[in-house]
Write a new protein. Structure first.
Lengths: 254, 263
């Protein structure tokens, strides 16, 4: 295990009630300050693994270690971004973003001030008092991201955050996400089924095989992103190689 | 501009057709009464005159006072105990396990059949009438509260846990607000059942209030007054339920409700 691993997954397996084996013997080390992706076909248990790391689902076997401590549930050092956004329909953007802080008992003025700061960072400054139903899918996911950033966790866990967002919004959001997270030096664990998205965003891609999910390969795209435009990155040889390498493996599972 | 014009025609048209429908209904009633279908079926105009005279001589307002009292007591009892019980059933597997089957049976059973039994046990006082209201209204109020709790979006509960919410916060900040709209809808349906309960009780248990007006005027063959009493309680119930529905839509507009109408 590398020394700088902030999250360690040790021999984790998951068998659901009814005997469906979702994951078998997965061990991973997720480096601090990097963006790691769990990639695989539908049904490979990648979301299950992410939720086990988040402490939302108990593993059947194995252990999760975060910052050198074994964990058995959700913790303040991890924040989750949900695939379906999971926003409170009856609460406006400020209350939704501040919700994690509300649960921690921060006074209203304090938590609203923090929420406003992150709402501005994700580009929703003029929508503070809007309700989720008044926002597009992309904007709702920004609210979900701002909520995760607001609790100031070191690790952001994202479960297919762009899957219900249209392609243009998706690309723009990806770029902004990269900027924001690199700037904040967060550790990100990201679940996706898009090869391009994984190669474009990640420092490390963990490929999972389907039913039961096992770790089949770790790909490190090694793309030089500093000071380069998204289009340059998408023409980078390392990016294209990574996409191809992943496809060569995944196509056996289709 | 076109937008507002379109919206206007949307608002005006239903109102227009509703008025046409009322006019047609009362017109046919008038014709049928004058024909006459039966000696005991008065035309609309005579019923209306009888209604006004009953309001003027105070018999109708008095009847309402005595009818609404057990109805309100019954509905308030149901709202407190029924909602509480429904929420309990939604939150606790143990309570659900032993009481859900009972309420499923109660909701499907023709509860009006129990009213003679209530008379047998509790006599003919106000207790029996309140009980008649409770017996009819409680199942739908309990079941709606239960379903409201059970229909909570599991993703929101997971979100609450991921952000370190306690079970108490989960209930107070997610589950109850999520269920509020369905619980309120349950109250509205419960009130509708309560109207049925109170009228049956007044017809079967003790002739008081509106039930008395109907039975008495029927026995002395004053059919316009009997029909006036019947029409007034039907309209009163319809308007009360309609008002609650408006209120419901105002407090819980569909866009911000947690759950789509599952009740």
């Amino acid at each position: 295990m590398p020394v700088d691993a902030i999250v360690q997954v040790k021999d984790v397996g998951k068998i659901y009630e009814g005997g469906v084996e979702a994951l078998a013997d997965i061990s991973l080390a997720l480096p601090q300050g990097k963006l790691s992706t769990l990639l695989g076909p539908s049904g490979c248990g990648k979301t299950t693994l992410l939720k086990i790391i988040a402490g939302l689902i108990p593993p059947s076997r194995g252990e999760i270690w975060v910052k050198g401590k074994k964990v058995g549930g959700p913790g303040p050092e991890r924040a989750f971004v949900f695939q379906d956004f999971a926003l409170l329909p009856w609460a406006n953007v400020v209350r939704n973003v501040a919700f994690g802080l509300e649960l921690r008992g921060l006074p209203k003025e304090e938590r609203d001030a923090i929420a406003r700061k992150y709402i501005a960072e994700v580009g929703l400054a003029s929508f503070e008092s809007s309700y989720p139903h008044q926002l597009s899918g992309g904007m709702r996911q920004r609210v979900g991201l701002a909520r995760a950033l607001a609790v100031d966790a070191d690790i952001i866990l994202m479960d297919e955050p762009f899957s219900s967002v249209d392609e243009q919004t998706r690309r723009k959001f990806q770029e902004e996400l990269l900027d924001l997270l690199r700037h904040k030096r967060k550790t990100v664990i990201f679940v996706t089924h898009s090869i391009e998205e994984a190669a474009y965003l990640s420092d490390q891609i963990m490929l999972l095989s389907p039913r039961p999910g096992t770790l089949s390969k770790i790909v490190e795209p090694n793309i030089h992103r500093e000071g380069r435009s998204p289009d340059e990155i998408r023409r980078d040889k390392n990016y294209l190689d990574a996409v191809d390498e992943i496809w060569q493996i995944l196509k056996h599972y289709v | 501009m076109t937008d507002s014009v379109e919206r206007q025609s949307w608002v005006v048209k239903p109102l227009f057709w509703q008025l046409v429908s009322f006019a047609l209904f009362f017109g046919l009633w008038e014709l049928a009464g004058r024909w006459p279908i039966s000696f005991a079926f008065p035309p609309f105009s005579k019923t209306l005159v009888a209604l006004l005279s009953m309001i003027a001589d105070g018999s109708l307002p008095n009847a309402y006072l005595s009818t609404l009292q057990p109805l309100l007591i019954g509905i308030v009892l149901c709202s407190i105990a029924g909602i509480g019980f429904g929420i309990g059933m939604g939150l606790s597997r143990a309570i659900e396990w032993f009481s859900l089957p009972i309420f499923i049976v109660l909701q499907a059973a023709p509860m009006a059949a129990l009213i003679p039994l209530i008379t047998y046990i509790y006599g003919i006082g106000i207790t029996a009438k309140v009980l008649a209201v409770v017996v009819l209204a409680a199942p739908v109020i309990v079941m709606n509260s239960y379903k409201g709790i059970r229909n909570t979006n599991p993703s929101l509960i997971q979100m609450c846990r991921a952000f370190l919410g306690t079970r108490r916060q989960e209930v107070v900040k997610i589950i109850l607000p999520h269920a509020a709209a369905l619980i309120f809808a349950g109250l509205r349906l419960g009130l509708a059942m309560g109207f049925i309960g109170i009228v049956i009780a007044e017809l079967l248990i003790t002739p008081t209030g509106i039930g008395d007006l109907i039975t008495y005027n029927s026995s002395v063959a004053d059919y316009p007054r009997m029909f006036a009493a019947i029409t007034s309680i039907v309209l009163f119930a319809a308007l009360a339920i309609q008002a609650l529905e408006r209120l419901e839509r105002k407090i819980f507009p569909p866009e911000i409700r947690g759950s789509e109408n599952a009740g």
